[in-house]
Design a protein around this ligand. Structure first.
Ligand code: HEM
Length: 209
């Protein structure tokens, strides 16, 4: 197995796990200010644990970006040893081509997201003691709420194609289970999109205030 692809698959899987847990946690916004803020406080109750999780997460992000960079350079070298006149365009590379633009956009989204909700420098009001208020005020700015929904759409694409590439890397190829795994990747990606997007959408609709 290609080592860089394995790094890509393992780090991607870890990040996928984080995104699922983060979405489930965020859905508590529907339980009201108190429940959401209590949850956010709980996450910060053990600084050592929080920092350990942050370091693991950051390491996974760095590995994921490093492996994607290496694979992109490798692909370019393989695709054009002397420079083709026509760009290579085959169905199997569709997923990877999507990954190379959806990935950086999702990365840019995460940086803005941290600026907004963690560091409080995203241009929307920020009170470290009131994450619920930060989310509501953040999404009351309609262009920001819409940008989040678009970013979640790209994240959904990225995760769906990512899961599909991961199965290929791991050599999962079974007439019965491969279609089931693909269906699972599709359902989870759509579930994440709906779960995350429901928050900015509900703030825009005035359901969360
Ligand atoms: C509607 C969607 C989302 C909402 C409402 C949301 C909400 C939040 C909030 C409130 C925080 C700050 C928690 C605190 O410091 O108290 C946070 C942190 C964070 N979010 Fe999100 N999030 C969303 C989507 C995402 C997505 C899609 C990703 C990744 C692709 C993500 C990655 C992160 C990361 C990495 C942190 C920093 C965790 C830390 O180290 O403290 N978020 N999010």
């Amino acid at each position: 197995m290609n080592g860089k692809k394995a790094v890509m698959a393992v780090s991607g899987f870890a990040l996928f796990g984080f995104v699922n847990v983060h979405m489930l946690g965020n859905l508590q916004v529907f339980l009201g200010r108190e429940a959401f803020n209590r949850y956010a406080e709980l996450l910060r109750a053990e600084p050592a644990l929080l920092w350990a999780a942050r370091i693991v997460l950051l390491t996974m992000v760095i590995l994921h970006i490093w492996a994607s960079w290496k694979l992109m350079v490798l692909n370019k070298l393989r695709a054009r040893p002397v420079g083709y006149v026509m760009k290579r365009s085959i169905v199997s590379s569709y997923a990877s081509r999507t990954m190379y633009w959806s990935g950086p956009i999702v990365g840019a989204f995460v940086i803005y997201h941290l600026m907004q909700f963690t560091w409080g420098v995203g241009g929307t009001s920020h009170d470290p003691k009131d994450p619920y208020g930060n989310v509501v005020h953040g999404f009351q700015v309609i262009p920001i709420a819409i940008a989040y929904v678009v970013a979640m759409g790209l994240l959904m694409l990225h995760l769906y194609h990512g899961a599909w590439s991961m199965f290929q890397t791991l050599g999962v190829n079974h007439p019965r289970y491969t279609p089931l795994l693909k269906r699972f990747a599709q359902v989870v990606s759509i579930g994440l999109f709906l779960g995350f997007s429901s928050i900015p959408a509900s703030v825009m609709a005035g359901l969360i205030q």
